[in-house]
Write a protein that binds this ligand. Structure first.
Ligand code: FUB
Ligand code: ZN
Length: 682
């Protein structure tokens, strides 16, 4: 899609726009290859994208209708009625589903869907006030707005109103819709709203640190499409507003000290991933965006530190973030409990956005390693295999006993606060846009997903075809076909997990190093290659049908957590390739939390095409702790442990699940809970 302005013009407009920092570059040094140019043809993701198109998106629209979210827009258009849903941000479920459906249209053209969206967009436009304001929770009945909305526009934005959050999702949807369909219907609504926002907020005007970030990312997207400097300067203005409000700095309560909203310090002074995880990770994504567009080095240093903190102290082994249920927020350093892990699905969505941006800033594979961890584990655990049942919170352990029967969690089709299902609906079909990236002569192969992409390198068309059976098998094949022989560098990510690095930090490590190495051949011949920032750099004159073969070691690895992660002392998790495993009740005699995995345990692997839509299953014989029928004695028996990918759990009913396994039996705790219970690994 041709943008309104070229990046050169954007750069020169910026230089006269009064943005505080000098413009050093016009955008990210590395550009993702657009989702429109990557056609997936794999067995893992494509069926998920198809399910997203066939099931998730229609179900989301249907639920937006059935739960009165659409009615809110109709009432706002008529300026009469009573806001008919629960939260003032319920408008965003429509925006997010439009965003997902737009990406999806590009993958699977669908005239009916296109027309349905036209009609929905017409309703959205009709609900917009003449000056661009768009927020059904007030417009329906301005004299009686939603409780969280405040009596007048924007007065509660810092805390609860979500007016700018709604705007941010509108902008994201509008850009996706415009890029996918070429239509400006939603974009024009978004621009009208953004013009209002820019006229209300800014130096010498109203100031606020938006209560729930995303408007910043959205404004940046509008800026990229239009080149209008106000959109970027207002995004930066919002970032700069953080840390200006007087909270009680001495309080440890995140709402009193402002950290819940990442408002406790100026962004450039923030060093730690803190507060509400979704808000935080949208903020950090926007910090990366604005740093890329303005060259602001302080912003860059801050977001680098925050990422380092997240990846070394606040990331679950599944890639989940936001450990604490109260406030849906990051905990303290190493606060990663299993029983109460919150791990909102939306936080995983946000973490994908953030890591992609960090990669585009720095060109280091470690960000893609983290993104891959999130994608294959803590993100897709959020949607059931049916595409219409979801987890809001992604547990790490579910335990039940006679006196504590397990009732939760279960997947649900929708939630009163239904942010997660619609966030999945929009992220999934955008996945093709995360596979490749490019900077001049460097072509990055980041994700290993079969399919075809058509690039332009050195002004010449180049086709790359990936063929693999990832994540189940580690042999990757890339067929590189330039239209005419041409020099360029193909940078193939060497995943950390294939290089004995469980995570690019010391938060997790493999219990024992592997001697297996990555091997790379070009046209059947082993090649020596240099490495750069976690990539194999294949620099050569490429000819039509050159074949690169990469062999990644796919052993089952035991993962250990940093000793400061209390819950995981003496425990291991299981990983094979990028996939983290769990044991679920269904495969393990009705229980999962009674299984030990001693250090010497050796696993067999077997692909099970009929199980959970096709998974690589792990099995080993391990000790299992049993309580006898009379509840008076315990014993340890040998049992087959069957492990399934974590993402696939909770698709066969409710019951126990665990990701972490004690290695030894070290204690029997009869006291701390009512029923006799075995505590291991402490
Ligand atoms: O506040 C809007 C959304 O609702 C947040 O992103 C989620 O965490 C949920 O609280
Ligand atoms: Zn959510």
């Amino acid at each position: 899609m041709k943008h309104f302005l070229s990046s050169l013009v954007v750069a020169s407009m910026l230089s006269t726009s009064g943005i505080a920092q000098a413009v050093k570059r016009s955008d990210y040094p590395i550009q993702a290859v657009s989702f429109t140019k990557v056609k997936l043809a794999d067995n893992f993701w494509l069926p998920r994208l198809k399910t997203n198109t066939d099931v998730t998106i229609p179900a989301s629209f249907q639920r937006c209708e059935a739960t009165n979210r659409v009615k809110n827009f109709e009432m706002a258009a008529a300026r009469q009625g009573k806001f008919a849903t629960i939260f003032p941000f319920d408008d965003t479920d429509i925006y997010k589903t439009i965003e997902g459906a737009s990406y999806s249209l590009k993958l699977y053209p669908d005239e009916k869907l296109d027309q349905y969206m036209d009609e929905l967009i017409r309703k959205v436009g009709a609900a917009q006030e003449p000056d661009g304001y768009l927020y059904t929770a007030r417009t329906i009945d301005p004299a009686h707005p939603h409780d969280w909305a405040g009596p007048e526009r924007w007065v509660k934005e810092r805390e609860l109103s979500h007016e700018l959050y709604n705007s941010g999702h509108l902008y994201e949807a509008a850009v996706a819709h415009y890029e996918a369909t070429g239509k400006k219907s939603l974009l024009n609504i978004a621009l009208k709203n953004a013009d209002l926002v820019c006229s209300v907020f800014g130096p010498g005007k109203r100031a606020v640190a938006p209560g729930h970030e995303i408007v910043e990312m959205g404004l940046v997207k509008l800026y990229r499409v239009t080149g209008k400097p106000e959109y970027l300067s207002t995004a930066k203005f919002f970032l700069d507003q953080r840390g200006q409000f007087q909270y009680d700095a001495k309080s440890s309560d995140p709402w009193r000290n402002g950290s819940y909203w990442q408002d406790h310090k100026p962004v450039v002074d923030q060093k730690e991933a803190i507060g509400h995880a979704v808000r935080a990770e949208y903020l950090y994504s926007a910090m990366a965006d604005v740093a890329a567009l303005t060259g602001d080095q302080k912003l860059l240093a801050a977001v680098d530190s925050i990422w380092q903190n997240m990846v070394s102290k606040k990331l679950y082994v599944t890639g989940g973030t936001g450990a604490v249920p109260g406030g849906e927020r990051f905990g303290g350093n190493y606060e990663l409990p299993n029983t109460t892990a919150y791990n909102e699905t939306c936080a995983s969505v946000a973490n994908v956005y953030w890591n992609q941006r960090m990669f585009q800033l720095h060109g280091h594979a470690k960000y893609v390693d983290v993104m891959e961890k999130v994608l294959y584990n803590g993100l897709i655990s959020g949607v059931g295999l049916d595409g219409k049942s979801f987890f809001y919170s992604n547990a790490m352990q579910v335990k039940s006993s006679a006196s504590f029967p397990q009732t939760e969690p279960a997947r649900a089709g929708w939630f009163d606060c239904s942010c997660c299902p619609t966030n999945m609906a929009r992220l999934m079909p955008s996945l093709p846009g995360y596979v490749y990236a490019q900077k001049g002569n460097d072509v990055y192969a980041n994700l290993f997903i079969s399919g075809t992409t058509d690039l332009t390198v050195n002004k010449k068309p180049v086709r790359i075809v990936q063929q693999n059976n990832y994540p189940w098998q580690g042999d990757l094949k890339f067929t590189v076909s330039p239209a005419a022989t041409t020099d360029f560098n193909l940078l193939v990510r060497l995943p950390g997990w294939a290089r004995n690095e469980a995570l690019p930090s010391d938060l997790y490590r493999f219990a024992t190093p592997s001697a297996e190495k990555i091997s790379i051949k070009v046209n059947g011949q082993p090649v020596t290659y240099t490495t750069r920032n976690g990539y194999a750099v294949l620099a050569r004159k490429w000819r039509k049908n050159d074949v690169v073969e990469v062999q990644l070691p796919m052993e089952v690895r035991q993962v250990q957590a940093h000793a400061k992660v209390q819950d995981n002392l003496g425990k291991v998790a299981l990983q094979r390739g990028p996939v983290v495993y769990c044991a679920e009740w269904k495969d393990n005699n009705g229980k999962a939390t009674n299984l030990l995995v001693p250090a010497a345990t050796s696993f067999t692997t077997r692909f099970q095409p009929e199980v959970l839509n096709g998974i690589m299953q792990l099995q080993a014989t391990v000790p299992a702790v049993q309580v006898d029928a009379a509840n008076t004695s315990i014993s340890t028996t040998r049992q087959t442990l069957t492990a399934i990918p974590y993402y696939a759990w909770a698709n066969r009913g409710k019951g126990e699940m665990t990701v972490w396994f004690p290695q030894q039996l070290t204690d029997v705790d009869l006291i701390s809970r009512q029923a006799p219970e075995v505590t291991v690994g402490k």
